[in-house]
Design a protein around this ligand. Structure first.
Ligand code: NAP
Length: 280
């Protein structure tokens, strides 16, 4: 039987690096530390090698389709597919960024929604039976952040389709160019919107896996907590190791086990994405 394999995107630092570290210790197979930059990736691999671990490096920019296809080909050739995918890579503009809001909206949704969706579209066909997918969302990606009841209903509908969600994402970007997004009930945060859409995508993907001929493919969304990383300008109160706990738990859901199609909080409890409220 082919060796098992796990892939973590955006893993050269922060929560992704910690996720690779724990998977190297707990996952029965090879673990790929993906980095879009060769040197940053090599340095991260060296750091984990210093702990006696043996991650493998793959150069993956989630917004560069060529690198996703390279990963796909490697996985097919070396492993006959993919066992664990952790969609961890994301961006967030700093609060004090001077880049215009509309420009930030385009870039943030390009990476955190459209590029991540594309990674899934390309890699899901090679997920093996029993595969686990982890979509790293955020407390800012809870439905509670949306203020318009109609929009909430659309986003949480079990009938929501991928084309409809893509259209909503494009519509948001357009609205954000003129600042009209808030009137339509979207949060006044591109990052938050990107994670709400990514969470909604997770439920669509979950429904797809329930009807997939490959048995027991499990997908969950996770909130890592407020973590001390570059993304938070090191203001988070959790360490990256603590922030990785929900991703690791979701990556290692046992055969036919739970949770599945759930929103997993940083303490590894399951919360209801549709109704959970979180005060920042
Ligand atoms: P981070 O330290 O900024 O790390 C982000 C990682 O994503 C880096 O490895 C970065 O690579 C990579 N990345 C960014 N754009 C990419 C692209 N186009 N292609 C490939 N890789 C790309 O952030 P973090 O705090 O660890 O965040 C990890 C995940 O947790 C993200 O999904 C984030 O939204 C989520 N999250 C974080 C917090 C928190 O408090 N930190 C809270 C909730 C959710 P480079 O080093 O090359 O830039």
């Amino acid at each position: 039987m082919a060796r098992r394999v796990a892939v973590v995107t955006g893993a050269n630092k922060g929560i992704g690096l910690s996720t690779v570290k724990f998977l190297c210790q707990k996952f029965d197979g090879d673990v790929y530390l993906c980095s879009r930059d060769q040197t940053r990736g090599e340095d991260a691999v060296k750091e984990l090698e210093g702990l006696g671990l043996k991650p493998k490096l793959f150069i993956l920019a989630i917004d560069d389709e060529k690198t996703i296809v390279n990963l796909l080909e490697m996985l097919k050739k070396e492993y006959g597919g993919l066992d664990v995918l952790v969609n961890n890579a994301a961006i967030a503009f700093p609060f004090n960024s001077t880049v215009p809001f509309g420009e930030q909206a385009t870039k943030t949704l390009d990476i955190n929604y459209f590029a991540v969706s594309n990674v899934c579209d390309i890699l899901f066909p090679v997920l093996k039976p029993g595969a686990r997918v982890v979509n790293v969302s955020s407390a800012l990606g809870l439905l509670d952040r949306v203020k318009c009841p109609e929009l909430k209903q659309i986003l949480s509908s079990p009938q929501l389709t991928r084309p409809a969600l893509d259209s909503l994402a494009r519509e948001y970007v357009e609205l954000a160019q003129t600042g009209a997004h808030s009137e339509k009930g979207w949060p006044n945060s591109n990052y938050s919107t990107s994670k709400i859409l990514f969470s909604a995508l997770t439920w669509i993907q979950h429904r797809g896996f329930k009807n997939d001929p490959r048995p027991d493919i499990v997908i969950n969304a996770v909130h890592p907590g407020y973590v001390d990383t570059d993304m938070t300008n090191h203001k988070g109160h959790l360490t990256p190791d603590q922030g990785a706990q929900s991703s690791v738990m979701a990556a290692l859901v046992p055969p036919n086990g739970h949770p599945r199609g759930a929103f997993i909080w940083n303490d590894c409890s399951v919360v209801d994405w549709k109704s959970h409220e979180f005060k920042f």
